[in-house]
Design a protein. Structure first.
Ligand SMILES: NC(=O)c1ccc[n+]([C@@H]2O[C@H](COP(=O)([O-])OP(=O)(O)OC[C@H]3O[C@@H](n4cnc5c(N)ncnc54)[C@H](OP(=O)(O)O)[C@@H]3O)[C@@H](O)[C@H]2O)c1
Length: 308
């Protein structure tokens, strides 16, 4: 089969279209013919060897095919696989965020779901990672109450664009933060207030929020504390390692000494959350936004665009 392969960390130029062996499903796996795969920031991090990626491969990638969020049709099911049948249209996230930039993938599919007929393969592939981050950041345990002030940092990206729409659905007052070119986009998703991060630091404008979801945390933990209302919550899902470690170290102390809840949100792979956000998409209440489309051979171009 054809796949986009890389053998060293680097810019998108290190990715190449190659002929590789078609994977064979283990007894508990399915073989899926890939119809669409989305490009996520996790692919960029995997390409560059950023964040925690080098735990799986210190000097060179532990896996040679990137690509996390796949939608396709089941071609074969292993003897012990009981959930999906050949012919089923399915979608979900690849374990370890790899394998998807290829014509076929094998997966146990434990957190995958049937693709609703009302969504295209492309729309379905846009949902898993970004949509589940948004669900767990916004929706868990009725976090967001009507009228609450919610800020999403990185609101113009994958997870952020779902989170803005969910927060609006929960009747929150939403502030989106991203770069100048995405201000109108964030407004179009429903954000009442938008902040251009290249011009304004939301932790220094005197405003406070009941919930902050941050996909790109890079400030001091005390800056986030300042931007929270007395009982507010701050959840970081991505960002610089320095900030992640600071939140891990100091977040617990802030939680104990104040009523502010500052933490890293470790996203759980969850079929329930995937199905919930997908139902909202199928009902037209949330839109999976597709910026551009590329054929498989142009995955390097897609990643270059994402990186830029
Ligand atoms: N915690 C977990 O368990 C878990 C699980 C899965 C994934 N993740 C992580 O979650 C993150 C998900 O991100 P995503 O897929 O939504 O990324 P994305 O699509 O790249 O969106 C990030 C957005 O943030 C913007 N941005 C960049 N710098 C900013 C700044 N200083 N202030 C505000 N906005 C800024 C980007 O715009 P520009 O164009 O300006 O860069 C982009 O629009 C990834 O880092 C991924 O690794 C975490």
């Amino acid at each position: 089969m054809k796949a986009i392969v890389y053998t060293k960390y680097g810019p998108p130029d290190v990715l190449h279209l190659e002929e590789v062996e078609k994977p064979a499903p283990k007894d508990d796996e399915i073989l899926v013919k890939v119809h669409a795969v989305s490009v996520n920031r996790s692919d960029w991090e995997g390409l560059r060897g950023e964040q925690f990626v080098r735990i799986g491969g210190l000097l060179k990638p532990g896996h040679q095919i990137l690509g996390s969020d796949v939608a396709g049709r089941v071609e074969m099911a292993g003897r012990e696989h009981s959930q999906f049948q050949p012919g089923d249209e399915v979608f979900g996230e690849m374990w370890g965020y790899h394998g998807g930039f290829a014509e076929y993938v094998c997966t146990r599919g434990t957190t995958w779901a049937l693709k609703p007929a009302g969504l295209t393969f492309e729309q379905a592939a846009a949902i898993p990672q970004a949509g589940v981050i948004a669900m767990q950041g916004m929706g868990d345990k009725g976090q967001v109450q009507p009228g609450q002030r919610v800020l999403i940092n990185g609101a113009g990206g994958g997870a952020g664009s779902f989170a803005v729409q969910l927060a609006k659905l929960y009747a929150a007052e939403v502030t989106g933060v991203d770069n100048t070119s995405k201000l109108d986009f964030m407004r179009s998703l429903g954000a009442e207030h938008v902040i251009d991060y290249t011009r304004e630091d939301f932790t220094k404008n005197g405003k406070q929020y009941d919930l902050i979801l941050d996909v790109i945390a890079h400030r001091s933990v005390f800056a986030y504390q300042r931007a929270l209302t007395p009982n507010g919550s701050y959840f970081a899902v991505g960002g610089s390692l320095a900030t992640v470690f600071q939140i891990l170290l100091l977040g617990a102390w802030i939680r104990r000494s104040t009523s502010k809840n500052i933490r890293i949100l470790a996203i759980r792979r969850s079929r329930k959350d995937l199905v919930s956000i997908t139902e909202l998409c199928e009902a037209g209440k949330v839109v999976p936004v597709i910026d551009r489309r590329y054929p498989l051979r142009e995955v390097p171009e897609a990643l270059r665009y994402l990186g830029e």
